[in-house]
Design a protein. Structure first.
Length: 151
């Protein structure tokens, strides 16, 4: 018999926030992929595609974890945007502004993933805790890469 981790509303809410923020970041990264221009076009166009592709898979894992905890995953663009509360980038932003914006969005997401990780740890939900650790590592690496581009 498989045992399910104890479902805690605070952990579920924290995971739902991470899904919403991840989806907002995915949309912003996709926007940058489509609209980036300038000397760094090829490198950034490719990097942004890798980032939004990875984000999509990560979002799916978190949403499935929420379902495994007996709750519903959030959805709908308006609902996700409202839950995320991330500032959107203008379509005509230059490449440097795009990179700075995405770095800041990733940092915002890391802060909330850390909260979700810590809550999961407090409530003994090691699967959610491990998932958040994995996501934090992905976003910290992305932040490093984006900052490295700006140097």
């Amino acid at each position: 018999m498989t045992t399910q981790a104890p479902s805690n509303p605070a952990v579920v809410d924290a995971l739902r926030t991470v899904v919403a923020e991840s989806y907002a970041l995915l949309a912003q990264t996709h926007l940058c992929h489509w609209n980036v221009r300038g000397p760094g076009f090829f490198a950034l166009h490719t990097a942004f595609e890798e980032q939004y592709t990875e984000l999509f898979a990560g979002i799916d894992e978190i949403a499935e974890r929420i379902r495994a905890l007996g709750a519903l995953a959030p959805g709908g663009l308006a609902s996700l945007a409202k839950m995320a509360g991330m500032e959107e980038l203008h379509e005509d932003a230059d490449a440097t502004t795009m990179v700075r914006h995405l770095a800041a969005c990733n940092q915002h997401l890391v802060r909330d993933a850390v909260k979700a990780r810590d809550l999961a740890g407090e409530f003994g939900d090691t699967q959610s805790e491990d998932l958040m650790i994995e996501r934090i590592q992905v976003h910290e690496k992305t932040i490093w890469m984006l900052h490295s581009f700006l140097e």
